[in-house]
Ligand binder design. Structure first.
Ligand code: ME8
Length: 523
């Protein structure tokens, strides 16, 4: 049965241009969205920009432009990046859109009506960079724990009664052990909540760039209350409740570890207080550094995803980002590693297997899928081992809904999935070397040659289908070369009954994964 699958990225601040960190988070969601579509699920994949608040207001002022035109310009860069990176998002939300103002106003009214909001005065520390309030006890050497500067703030403010939600939140984490992933992050959140929660200031009066508080326009809503609500807005809240009820709760909010607290503590508390269901899962991934150093504007080492793609190619970049670091852990970008991964895994292993197989078929089988009897072939132990390897990997990763959810995909073990796919290609190459199909024809053993080449071509088909979420364009090229019709590329078609048909004419092959040579550009 078709399941709905609603996945979100954080909405990114428009105070600055997109960088590798933003590209990484959205890429992981794109992979999951594509996975789910290939499984036949009804996917809604959302990304967007976070445009209100003091940080964006200040960035616009520093540039000498009004905040709206500033947001328009920077938000467009995020949208362009989404196209450039071949993300398959179904919507792009901007918090300055009227639909979002409506949703925030409605959520505020519900919180107020349920008695969870009261007016008081805030006196404490605020970090504009983090858009977060900090307690005196949290400061480290007079700065936020993130290293961001803080300023003393005193102003009239509405508060959300977060302190009352401690028990309910702990109960919620207990009943939903998979709500926060990975496990280590879940433990961090639980001990934070156990440490006690203070009521949260949810409005500001010292600037205007935000959504007005209904009934008291002197206040604008706290940017995090505004931002988190985007997930409801895009699902149809409050105007299109039938769609909203179909999509909500979200299956997954993907976030970086820096913003886990907002998603795993504040957000479920707001939702419970408004009588709305909580999302099913929040996954907090790790942080990228550049050649061992923290990425920061002041260090001038920000990695521009566009430059990376221009140099290494889009799909190679996508592959590297998902392959290099166990998802959830911090990762270091190293140019040398990038080149090694591209050359050894993509060019020499997967690319080589496809190219060798297809050129041998072109040369020795009149460019047609070799003639075999598949049932008989499956009795051939060596061929069977290779074809089964693809099947076992598929069973583990893709087959029957639950298994998928329970295994790598649920844990977002992207690197592991790619490792498994790579292993099939490694075995495929060993199979070629061992059986040396180029000598079989000379020896007059055409039947075995056909069987070997068929087995390899079918293995390439399975690999290409599985690679689609990670490298959509390259996988499509591989499948085009096997003339697999566009409507026969979903995971359903991995099954053996959909294997390649002998006699199908194949086009002249061309390499899909070139070796990276220093100095060449590959946009
Ligand atoms: O926090 N490595 O927006 P933001 C990995 N507007 N990921 C990184 C990264 C790095 N070095 N740097 C950034 C906000 N990210 C809020 C979110 S959601 C309702 C509001 C990614 O522009 C990572 O996903 O600061 C992180 O959580 C996000 O960018 C922060 O983006």
């Amino acid at each position: 049965m078709k399941k709905t699958y609603y996945i979100t990225t954080p909405i990114y601040y428009v105070n600055d241009s997109p960088h590798i960190g933003h590209a990484y988070t959205t890429l992981s969601c794109d992979v999951l969205a594509r996975f789910n579509r290939l499984e036949g699920n009804d996917v809604f994949f959302l990304t967007g920009t976070d445009e209100h608040g003091q940080k964006v207001d200040k960035a616009a002022k520093d540039k000498g432009v009004d905040p709206q035109s500033f947001c328009d310009e920077v938000s467009l860069r995020f949208r362009d990046l989404a196209k450039f990176m071949n993300y398959s998002n179904d919507d792009f939300i901007r918090t300055t859109e009227p639909r979002h103002k409506k949703a925030c106003t409605e959520l505020w009214k519900r919180l107020e009506k349920n008695g969870h909001i009261y007016l008081d005065k805030y006196a404490g520390w605020y970090s504009v960079r983090d858009e977060a309030f900090y307690q005196e006890s949290e400061l480290v050497d007079g700065k936020a724990p993130t290293g961001a500067p803080v300023e003393w703030t005193e102003e009239e403010s509405y508060f959300f009664d977060l302190s009352k939600w401690e028990g309910k939140l702990l109960e919620f984490y207990d009943k939903n052990p998979d709500f926060i992933m990975p496990e280590s992050r879940r433990n961090e959140v639980i001990s934070f909540v156990k440490g006690g929660l203070k009521d949260l200031s949810v409005s500001r009066t010292s600037f205007k760039w935000g959504i007005p508080v209904p009934g008291n326009e002197k206040h604008v809503m706290y940017v995090w209350l505004d931002a988190l609500t985007n997930y409801l807005t895009a699902a149809g809240f409050p105007d299109d409740m039938p769609t909203f009820n179909k999509r909500w709760p979200a299956d997954l909010h993907m976030v970086g570890k820096d913003i886990l607290r907002f998603h795993a503590v504040y957000w479920p508390a707001f939702l419970m207080a408004a009588d709305l269901p909580c999302p099913k899962r929040v996954f907090a991934h790790g942080w990228w550094t550049n050649e061992g150093q923290k990425i920061s504007k002041s260090l001038g080492n920000v990695i521009d995803p566009i430059k990376l793609v221009e140099e290494f190619g889009l799909d190679a970049t996508r592959y590297f980002l998902m392959r290099e670091v166990p998802f959830g852990n911090d990762g270091d970008y190293s140019r040398a590693r990038m080149i090694t991964v591209i050359n050894s895994e993509l060019a020499n292993t997967i690319g080589n297997l496809a190219q060798r197989t297809l050129s041998m078929i072109q040369k020795n089988c009149e460019g047609k899928v070799p003639e075999v009897n598949l049932d008989e072939l499956m009795k051939e132990p060596r061929a069977r081992v290779l074809l089964d390897l693809a099947q076992i990997t598929l069973d583990e990763i893709y087959e029957n809904g639950e298994a998928v959810i329970d295994s790598h995909i649920k844990q977002c073990r992207f690197h592991k999935i790619l490792e498994d796919i790579l292993q099939i290609a490694v075995n495929g190459n060993m199979f070629i070397d061992e059986l040396a199909p180029w000598t079989l024809k000379k020896e007059g053993n055409v039947k075995l040659m056909n069987e070997v080449l068929y087995t390899l071509a079918e293995t390439v088909r399975c690999i290409a289908i599985m690679l689609q979420p990670f490298m959509p364009a390259s996988a499509a090229k591989m499948l085009d070369q096997l003339t697999v019709p566009a409507n026969e590329r979903s995971f359903e078609f991995l099954k053996r009954k959909h294997a390649l048909k002998s006699g199908t004419a194949l086009p002249v092959p061309h390499g899909v994964f070139p070796r990276f040579m220093e100095g060449e550009k590959k946009a």
